[in-house]
Design a protein around this ligand. Structure first.
Ligand code: ZN
Length: 204
């Protein structure tokens, strides 16, 4: 067995820290005990495949991943996403992050996930849409919030390079952002726009 594989095998499980990690950085028991959901949820008119509810340990892991740049969780998160069958798509479109947020965090978590997944599925990442800085949504009613979101997305391209795409985000709540991204992609000429999120935060 190559040395790097041996070292990898001797790493303790990321969750329990006791049993040796087998695959995907977790021990078999912890992997099996994850709160798997793996279903399609509908938010307004948008259908999105989700892997987990946004509960422990996923909430904990994602918070550390995003707020403390705990990037060592990336292989595990990617492995969880890739438990679904590869969709019939030509490219992955990661949810864009507003510049302000990007500067604050230093990275876009959806791009990192998309890069790993794209490598695994051997398809490209495509980023035709950008997002303006997030204005405070506080104090706005729902319609204003939707309008505000609408203002945040803008196209960087004039035509769709790919027609069948998969939008990827880490967490879905109301689905408003994904809905707006989908509209923008359709306006560019995408004909099949699917969505995949690691966690569903709505029913928690
Ligand atoms: Zn474990």
């Amino acid at each position: 067995m190559p040395l790097f594989k041996l070292i990898h095998r001797l790493q303790p499980c990321l969750l329990c820290g006791q049993n040796p990690a087998q695959q995907y950085q977790l021990c078999g028991l912890c992997w099996q005990d994850l709160p798997w959901k793996k279903q399609i949820v509908t938010r307004h008119a948008l259908e999105c495949q989700v892997i987990f509810p946004y509960v422990y340990p996923l909430d904990h892991i994602l918070q550390r991943f995003k707020d403390q740049a705990a990037l060592h969780y990336l292989p595990f998160l990617t492995a969880a996403l890739s438990t679904i069958e590869k969709p019939r798509i030509q490219a992955i479109v990661p949810m864009p992050l507003a510049t302000e947020k990007l500067i604050q965090r230093g990275f876009n978590q959806s791009i990192l996930l998309a890069q790993q997944l794209a490598r695994q599925w051997q398809i490209p990442i495509w980023q035709p849409i950008a997002r303006l800085s997030r204005h405070s949504q506080r104090g706005l009613d729902r319609l204003d919030r939707l309008h505000n979101l609408e203002q945040q997305f803008y196209a960087l391209k004039t035509q769709a390079k790919y027609k069948h795409v998969l939008m990827l985000d880490d967490v879905i709540t109301t689905g408003a952002s994904l809905g707006k991204l989908k509209e923008q992609l359709q306006q560019l000429g995408c004909t099949h726009v699917q969505a995949l999120c690691l966690c569903d935060a709505q029913q928690c």
